[in-house]
Design a protein around this ligand. Structure first.
Ligand code: CP
Length: 305
């Protein structure tokens, strides 16, 4: 399927060819991103970044990606400055932005909000995270990071830890990894925060999956830790009982050539003392977000992309 003009609302349904195309394009932009240079590939285009929910990495890396490609940017990082506070519907807001921008990047607390935006927008819509549902560009940058760090994605054992129920990054990553060969997903989470059955049922037969009964980091080539999503609980205090910790003792149980990833923000899951270990890949993972989002924007907005 061509990327030009396409919505990117979910990682579900992305084929390996689609993913490989983005990873190759990201490679071609990596030196521009790393050296903080710019191109004029998307000169004249306007990218709207609409963040109805807080973000640091996704918002700034999309904005940086757009600007390094020569596009202009409009948008907000706090919907309290918009007519949403007067009661305007998401649909009406999107129609207004659609008349202004060539592409809409949206983060929203409600599952399905990105698809709802795509349904009323002629401009392509990119989901930058919708509630506990999906975060497809995070999955693409995670795959880019895994390949860059490990040399391959095929054949790896990838352990997902933490809040697998509400963590949208692991939902998108599980779908994306199902397109690779001989990958095994290992899960470990509190019973109340397991990977949703709807996802495991759908992926059964497409990818090997195994629940670990103990906190065992020793089998994995990639340990993918996630934050317990405090904001998704009806009782915000409930999340405290699910906290876990990776410090130097836990790191010592990992394979010497494994990597430790986390989509961030971290709120105590990984001790800062771990950061100096070469296996701690999470800051490199975040930096990869820029060239991957440059790739996504360029593929979607440029006929030549
Ligand atoms: N990984 C991620 O989505 O981070 P932000 O919430 O800071 O964008």
């Amino acid at each position: 399927m061509t990327w030009f003009g396409r919505d990117l609302v979910t990682a579900r349904g992305l084929g390996r060819d689609d993913i490989e195309e983005i990873l190759r394009e990201a490679d071609s932009f990596s030196s521009i991103a790393r050296e903080k240079r710019s191109t004029d590939t998307l000169k004249g285009k306007v990218v709207a970044t609409l963040f109805f929910e807080p973000s640091t990495r996704t918002r700034f890396s999309f904005q940086t990606a757009a600007m390094r490609l020569g596009a202009r940017r409009i948008g907000f990082g706090d919907d309290s400055v918009t007519s949403t506070v007067k009661g305007e519907t998401l649909s009406d807001t999107i129609k207004v932005i659609d008349a202004c921008a060539d592409c809409i990047v949206i983060r929203h607390p409600l599952e399905g909000a990105a698809q709802a935006a795509a349904n009323v927008s002629e401009a392509p819509v990119i989901n930058a995270g919708d509630g506990a549902n999906q975060h497809p560009t995070q999955a693409l940058l995670d795959l880019y990071t895994i390949r860059k760090e490990k040399g391959t994605i095929d054949g790896l054992k990838i352990l997902m830890l933490g809040d697998l129920k509400y963590g949208r990054t692991v939902h998108s990553l599980a779908y994306a990894l199902s397109q690779f060969d001989d990958v095994e997903l290992l899960f470990h989470s509190p019973p109340a925060l397991r990977m949703p059955e709807q996802i495991t049922n759908e992926l059964r037969g497409q990818i090997k999956m195994r629940e670990l009964s103990s906190f065992d980091l020793s089998q994995a080539d990639v340990v993918y830790a996630t934050r317990i999503q405090k904001e998704r609980f009806a009782d915000p205090e409930e999340y405290r009982k699910y906290s876990y910790h990776i410090g130097t003792d836990e790191l010592a149980t990992m394979k010497t050539d494994a990597i430790l990833m986390h989509p961030f923000p971290r709120v105590g899951e990984i001790a800062e003392e771990v950061d100096a270990d070469p296996r701690a890949a999470y800051f490199r993972q975040e930096a990869n977000g820029i060239c991957v989002r440059m790739a996504v924007l360029n593929k979607i907005l440029s006929r030549k992309g």
